[in-house]
Design a protein around this ligand. Structure first.
Ligand code: URP
Ligand code: ZN
Ligand code: ZN
Length: 467
């Protein structure tokens, strides 16, 4: 006895077809027209789209950062993700100071005991001692095939070019890919001190201290070094014309380089950082949100395939933390923008925003929607065709998407563990009516059916394609 999803329209990256889907156990076992009901549990998807679950390859759950921690853990973050149609994500593991990569991995495995949807990890490299260099290949045996380096956050996560280049060489030798946060951290640091010295302490100066030229410079440098090392590179959270231009140039030369942007960079602007009463802090993330012009550049880069993925960089903090049982949040930066914890709550709203304004706004079609939110993430990160597609043999990570469902995004109704919503008051049209993770229904409209401990760690393959 299985679950039979009948009368829906299946949307994959490559095609749209009218067919039924039979799920048995954790997998899709049959796709066809007019499949017999037999004794299966039947779900009628008439008038709805049936798509592979969203895969968010850039999240920070329960991350100690900026003098506090991000406010969603693997329990709350997973519930929020699934209510938004995301069935799997990849989180970043920090290398502890003076520690080994496996030390960090043990900490993140513990956090993930609460998992309700599937997940994997990227390994951050912040201290590349010889013993750590030798440890890198063992990550592949763990099913972790991506390393992450930061070219910013001086004194915290930032690495120098020596570390970046040696990481690229080691990754290339073992079929791994390097991900990079591209901003020129040393200059950002100078600009932060300059503005603070001038008494310019409001959230807006966070953006001015991280100009797009620095994102362009660091992106160009990372692309060049990846080319030299012949290592696949994936530039995370790209925001602006300067950075996109560097990636486009690298790709035009045939270098193995790819990039993502995040939902927030399409829908918010630097003006949001000027909101009064410290509300600008709600929009503080790095790289900062940019201009309307940059939004157009990003849509263009999704269209011409310079960018392959849309993720969230979900890293939520309370706006008013430190009271009512809440950990500290954005208020830490009152009077000093450099102390505002960097990061935004987005994981629940990615697909709804991309559908309403991406597909609904004729920026992308439904197939490209599936491609950038699910299929390309699965391919690039070594999980395809187990994930990222509605196909026989794939995990039954399925979203039944109701294109007529209307909602108003709000902190009052969201599932993310924060006291604000980045898109507060935005009206969306199109949302999940049912969500399945490996065959188990976890969302039924506004009802939560999932449970702690169900989510599985997904081992990923090395030597994934460069798209
Ligand atoms: O502001 C951000 N992006 N916070 C999370 C850490 C990072 O840089 O990805
Ligand atoms: Zn980053
Ligand atoms: Zn991030």
């Amino acid at each position: 006895m299985g679950t039979l999803i009948k009368n829906g329209t299946i949307v994959n990256a490559a095609e749209t077809i009218q067919a039924d889907i039979l799920v048995e156990g954790e997998q899709i076992v049959l796709i066809g027209k007019n499949l017999p009901k037999d004794k299966h549990t039947v779900i009628d998807a008439k008038g709805k789209y049936v798509m592979p679950g969203g895969i968010d390859v850039h999240t920070h759950l329960d991350l100690p950062f900026g003098g506090t921690s991000s406010s969603d853990d693997f329990e709350t973050g997973h519930r929020a993700a699934a209510f938004g149609g995301t069935t799997m994500h990849i989180d970043f593991v920090s290398q502890p100071k003076g520690g080994m990569l496996h030390d960090g991995l043990a900490i993140w495995r513990k956090k993930a005991e609460k998992a309700q949807i599937d997940y994997s990890f990227h390994m951050m490299v912040t201290d590349l001692r010889d013993e750590v260099m030798n440890e890198i290949p063992t990550m592949v045996d763990e099913g972790i095939t991506t390393l992450k380096v930061f070219l910013a956050y001086k004194g915290v996560f930032q690495v120098d070019d020596n570390t970046l280049y040696r990481t690229l060489l080691q990754a290339a030798d073992h079929g791994m890919m390097v991900m990079v946060h591209a901003e020129t951290g040393d200059v950002v640091d100078l600009l932060i001190h300059k503005y603070l010295k001038e008494g310019k302490t409001d959230p807006y100066y966070h953006a001015l201290s991280r100009p797009p030229e620095l994102e362009g410079e660091a992106t160009g440098r990372a692309v060049a070094l990846a080319g030299l090392a012949n290592c696949p590179l994936y530039v995370v959270h790209m925001t602006c014309e300067q950075a996109v231009t560097q990636l486009r140039l690298g790709r035009a030369k045939g270098l193995p380089v790819m990039g993502e942007t995040c939902v927030q960079y399409f829908f918010t602007t630097i003006d949001d950082l000027k909101r009064p009463n410290f509300e600008g802090a709600k929009f503080v993330c790095s790289p900062p949100i940019r201009t309307k012009h940059d939004q157009e550049i990003l849509w263009g880069a999704i269209k011409d395939r310079t960018l392959q993925v849309v993720s969230t960089d979900h890293c939520p903090f309370w706006f008013e933390g430190g009271k009512n049982g809440r950990i500290a949040g954005k208020e830490l930066g009152k009077g000093d923008f450099s102390k505002i914890p960097n990061g935004l709550p987005v994981i629940e709203d990615r697909l709804k925003m991309m559908w309403t304004f991406g597909v609904g706004g004729n920026r992308i079609d439904m197939n490209r929607f599936v491609e950038v939110n699910s299929t390309n993430p699965a391919k690039i990160f070594g999980m395809y065709p187990r994930k990222g597609t509605i196909s026989v043999g794939a995990d039954a990570d399925i979203v039944i998407w109701d294109p007529k469902k209307k909602e108003t995004l709000s902190a009052a109704t969201q599932h993310m563990n924060t006291d604000y919503n980045l898109f507060e008051g935005t009206k969306i049209k199109g949302a999940p009516s049912a969500v399945f993770v490996r065959g188990k229904q976890v969302v039924d409209d506004d009802k939560w059916l999932g449970h702690v401990g169900y989510g599985k760690f997904i081992k990923r393959s090395p030597y994934s394609p460069v798209l």
